[in-house]
Design a protein around this ligand. Structure first.
Ligand code: NAD
Length: 367
C-alpha cells in the first residue's frame, strides 16, 4: 500500500491540494491504486500552531512516506519573521533532510493553450520535455562564498562552482532512469569549453552512460546553446540534465513556453535505496501561495494535479495512470474550461472546484 503525505501549507496551498486529493481519491477508487494518505502541518500554518514552520513530526512523517504532495507556503503576514521561522524554511528543511538533490521540471504544452505561449504555436504545440536540475550542489553552495575588502578600497565577491564525481553520477543516473520512462534521450548541458566543472561533468556523464545506460541516447550541449535551442526548437529535447545554476535558468526559460504558472508541476527526488528501491520524493506546483487570491476558490489546481501525475509516474511506476490524468487535463482544456489565470475569449470560466469537477468527469469518460 502506497503511503502519501499531504502538506497543504498556506494560501492557495490547501485549496489546490484538496482538489488534488479528490483526484487521488478517484484513482484509489477506480484504478486499483492502493494508497493511504495523512495530512501534516508545514509553513506559516505550522508556525501559528506549533511555533515552527518545519515541525520535527512533519519531517519524520515525510521521511516515512512513499511520496509527499506539497501545496505552497508563505504569505505577507509572516514576512517580518526571523529567517528560521519563515514559512519557506519548512520547504527548505524538507529538501535538506530528505536529501532531495534532483529537481524535475517538465515543460508540457497542451494544444489548447498553445496560443497563450510567448513562442509561436507551431514551435510549442505538443511540447513535452523534462529538465532535471541538480539541486543541492554547485555555485549556490560552494565555498568560499564571500565579499572581502581589498587594500585599494574595492570589494571582491567570490562564488565557487564546485562538483564532485559522486554528485554528478547520482544526478546523471536520475536523468537516465527518467529518460527510460519517456523518450529515452538525454541532453547533458554544461560549459565544458570554459569551466573545469563542465569538463568533469561531461566526463562523468559520459562514463555513467557507457557503463549503465547505453540503451538511452546521450548528447552533450553547451548550456548557452541549450538556452538558444529551447526557444528555437524546444521539441528536439526529451530530458535535459544540468547543474544547479544552469538548471535554475533553463527550467524557467522552458516553463515560459507553456503559459501560466498555474499549470506547472515539479518534483524533487532523493537517492534510490539500492536494497529497498525506496526513493524520497516531494511533488509540488511551481507556483507559490498566491495570497492575492487565497480563500476565494479561484486558484488553478492543474499545477498541483499534474504534480500528482508526476508522482504516479515516478514514485509509483503507474505510467498508464499518469498518462490518463494528463489526457484528462488536456481534454478539459480542449473543452474550453479555464480558471482566471488562463482565461481566453469564448471559454468557460470556472474556479478551483469547477476545474476539478471537469477533470474528474474527463477521467471517468476516458477510462
Ligand atoms: P505566487 O506564485 O504565489 O503568485 C504569483 C502570481 O500568480 C499571483 O498573481 C498569483 O495569484 C498567481 N498564481 C499563482 N498560482 C496560481 C494558481 N494556481 N492559480 C491562479 N493564479 C495563480 O508567487 P508570489 O506572489 O511571488 O509569492 C507569494 C508567496 O508564495 C510568497 O510568500 C512566496 O514566498 C511564496 N512562494 C512559495 C513557493 C512555494 O511554496 N514553493 C514558491 C514561490 C513563492
Amino acid at each position: 500500500m502506497a503511503h502519501i503525505l499531504l502538506l497543504p501549507g498556506d494560501g492557495i496551498g490547501p485549496e489546490v491540494l484538496d482538489a488534488t486529493s479528490r483526484v487521488l481519491g478517484w484513482f484509489t477508487q477506480n484504478r486499483n491504486f492502493a494508497a493511504s494518505t495523512e495530512t501534516a502541518l508545514v509553513g506559516g500554518t505550522a508556525f501559528e500552531t506549533l511555533g515552527t514552520p518545519a515541525p520535527d513530526e512533519t519531517i519524520a512523517k515525510a521521511k516515512a512516506a512513499d511520496a509527499v504532495l506539497f501545496g505552497a507556503v508563505g504569505g505577507p503576514q509572516w514576512d517580518g519573521l526571523a529567517f528560521d521561522k519563515k514559512p519557506e524554511r519548512g520547504l527548505l528543511r524538507l529538501r535538506k533532510d530528505l536529501e532531495l538533490f534532483a529537481n524535475l521540471r517538465p515543460a508540457l504544452c497542451f494544444d489548447a493553450l498553445k496560443d497563450a505561449s510567448s513562442l509561436r504555436p507551431e514551435i510549442v504545440a505538443g511540447l513535452d520535455i523534462l529538465i532535471v536540475r541538480e539541486l543541492t550542489g554547485g555555485v549556490y553552495f560552494g565555498e568560499p562564498k564571500e565579499i572581502t575588502d581589498l587594500p585599494d578600497g574595492q570589494k571582491r565577491a567570490v562564488d565557487t562552482q564546485v562538483y564532485t564525481t559522486s554528485e554528478i553520477e547520482r544526478i546523471a543516473r536520475v536523468a537516465f532512469e527518467l529518460a527510460r520512462l519517456r523518450g529515452k534521450r538525454v541532453a547533458s548541458a554544461e560549459k565544458s569549453n570554459v569551466m573545469v566543472t563542465g569538463v568533469l561533468w561531461r566526463q562523468v556523464v559520459t562514463r555513467v552512460h557507457a557503463a549503465e545506460f547505453s540503451d538511452v541516447e546521450l548528447t552533450h550541449i553547451l548550456a548557452d546553446n541549450c538556452a538558444m535551442q529551447l526557444v528555437r526548437n524546444p521539441k528536439q529535447f526529451d530530458v535535459i540534465v544540468t547543474d544547479n545554476l544552469f538548471g535554475d535558468i533553463l527550467s524557467d526559460e522552458a516553463a515560459q513556453a507553456t503559459g501560466s504558472i498555474g499549470m506547472l508541476p515539479s518534483a524533487s527526488l532523493g537517492a534510490k535505496d539500492p536494497a529497498t528501491g525506496k526513493q524520497a520524493s516531494l511533488y509540488e506546483p511551481v507556483h507559490g501561495s498566491a495570497p492575492d487570491s487565497a480563500g476565494q476558490g479561484l486558484a488553478n489546481p492543474i499545477a498541483c494535479i499534474l504534480s500528482l501525475a508526476m508522482a504516479l509516474r515516478y514514485s509509483f511506476a503507474r505510467v498508464d495512470d499518469a498518462v490518463l490524468l494528463e489526457k484528462a487535463v488536456e481534454r478539459v482544456l480542449a473543452e474550453g474550461y479555464r480558471t482566471g489565470d488562463i482565461m481566453q475569449d469564448g471559454m468557460t470560466k470556472v474556479g478551483t472546484d469547477g476545474m476539478t469537477d471537469a477533470i474528474l468527469k474527463a477521467l471517468a469518460a476516458l477510462s
